[in-house]
Ligand binder design. Structure first.
Ligand code: 2IT
Length: 444
């Protein structure tokens, strides 16, 4: 494999798709050595086939707002790779959504889903629809219009969407309602559903819980304990909420959350009713964290990110490239022990290089945040079996899966000096599973 040639031809084909090219480059660079030990990969052009999605659907989503005005958004579904199972991955509704972002997310999802040990391929979709400030009725009409087009391309054994930024249980409910009406079936075609119609217990918590199970295991493997450690979390959505809950339960002290307006520093720890309050803040739809400061007498730092606070553990839980080289440098000089990405591609490549160079424990999103999609996989299983597991059953399976992901990272990521390069381990383990499946199934 010649990475430079491959990247040049990808850049020529897809100019300006920065996030997508960034995600591809990271994976290719970390699997290069293993790839070159397998001439059969090169012969079957596995890399060239893996970096292009199987297909992309782009569609127009016209809908009518509360004033009676017609709005037009764009909708997408990227079906990236289904060598090991149906396409699986969330839908993101956010004004920043474009093809580059959805292709990076879909690409990451291939390896993440492979790591979960469950049979799920990779896909992602979404829209540039901005749910911020929209009424319930507007969100419903938008979701219905979106599904009116998407439903043809998905199915419980074909492609199973779920939530991501801007898509929670409310949106999944509206999407599911329209799908059910059009397809005339009640199946596990979407995950993240409410409990009454096939949702799984622990799914709302799963991304954050899984992230903390993983980080806990990283620390234990290094002979450390999470108890008493200080934690910086970014974001204040579903992922940040689950992460704060589990971090607190495991005995750590969460001192920050953040929003587009700045971050909160609460030296007393964000625990108990303060974590519940995150849900309230979210429900206001204003997308700001500042009100927390007044409510609980904490510090609000406008326009800045939480990585300047001295902490032991940093957990990006908001969005891609939210922790850059300068942030990494600040964290390192403040003695950070571990950075665990619970957001997808939370760190920039320069930040990752710096963390690895300083031998800071770094967990990449596709391993650390895989608990979300893993629990979606468990929801699919429950739907296919027409049963519902208890919270304890789902949580036990989630813990087991996170531990298996951790084992795979260690197996493929341990370096000569004992340092575990989790990024390398996750990429190699995820890649090998998909590559072997593609080889076995021929050129299709
Ligand atoms: O990034 C992710 O893994 C998700 N947004 C969850 C995807 C899913 O299918 O549950």
């Amino acid at each position: 494999m010649n990475i430079d040639n491959l990247m040049h031809s990808l850049e020529a084909r897809h100019p300006g798709e920065h996030e997508y090219l960034q995600a591809v480059k990271e994976v290719l660079m970390t699997i290069e050595e293993v790839y070159n030990q397998h001439p059969e990969f090169e012969k079957a052009k596995i890399a060239e086939r893996l970096v292009e999605p199987d297909r992309i659907f782009t569609f127009k989503v016209p809908w009518v707002d509360d004033r009676g005005d017609v709005q037009v958004n764009l909708g997408y579904r990227v079906q990236f790779n289904n060598a090991i199972g149906p396409y699986k991955g969330g839908l993101r509704f956010h004004s920043s959504v474009n093809l580059s972002i959805l292709k990076f997310l879909g690409f990451e999802q291939i390896f993440k889903n492979a790591l979960t040990t469950l049979p799920m391929g990779g896909g992602k979709g979404g829209s540039d629809f901005n749910p911020r400030g929209k009424s319930d009725a507007e969100v419903m009409r938008f979701c219905q219009a979106f599904m009116l087009e998407l439903w043809r391309h998905i199915g419980p054994e074909t492609d199973v969407p779920a939530g991501d930024i801007g898509v929670g249980a409310r949106e999944v409910g509206y999407l599911y309602g329209m799908y059910r009406k059009l397809a005339r079936e009640n199946t596990g075609v979407l995950t993240g559903k409410n409990l009454e119609f096939g949702g799984s217990l622990i799914r709302p918590e799963a991304t954050g819980f899984g992230g903390l199970y993983f980080v806990n295991q990283m620390l234990e493997t290094a002979g450390l304990s999470i108890k008493g450690k200080t934690v910086a979390i970014s974001g204040f959505g579903n992922v940040a909420w689950g992460a704060a809950l589990k971090a607190t339960e495991l005995g750590a002290k969460v001192v920050t959350i953040s929003g587009p307006d700045g971050y909160i520093y609460d030296e007393n720890g964000i625990a108990g009713e303060k974590i519940d309050y995150m849900l309230e803040l979210r429900a206001t739809c204003n997308d700001i964290v500042e009100p927390y400061a007044e409510q609980f007498g904490a510090v609000f730092v406008p326009g800045r990110r939480p990585w300047e606070v001295k902490v032991d553990i940093a957990l990006p839980c908001a969005t891609q490239n939210e922790l850059n080289e300068e942030d990494a440098r600040t964290l390192i000089s403040n003695g950070v022990i571990c950075v665990g990405e619970i957001s997808n591609m939370g760190c920039t490549p320069e930040a990752i290089d710096l963390l690895l160079h300083h031998k800071v424990m770094y967990g990449p999103g596709k391993a650390v945040n895989a608990g979300g999609v893993a629990t979606s996989g468990l929801e699919m299983t429950q739907n296919a079996m027409h049963i519902a597991w208890t919270a304890a059953e789902v949580d036990a399976k989630l813990q087991q899966i996170m531990s298996q992901i951790h084992d795979q990272c260690v197996r493929h990521g341990r370096e000569a000096d004992g340092y575990i390069n989790y990024m390398k381990g996750a990429n190699i383990a995820g890649f090998l599973k998909v590559a072997k499946a593609m080889l076995a199934q021929g050129v299709v």
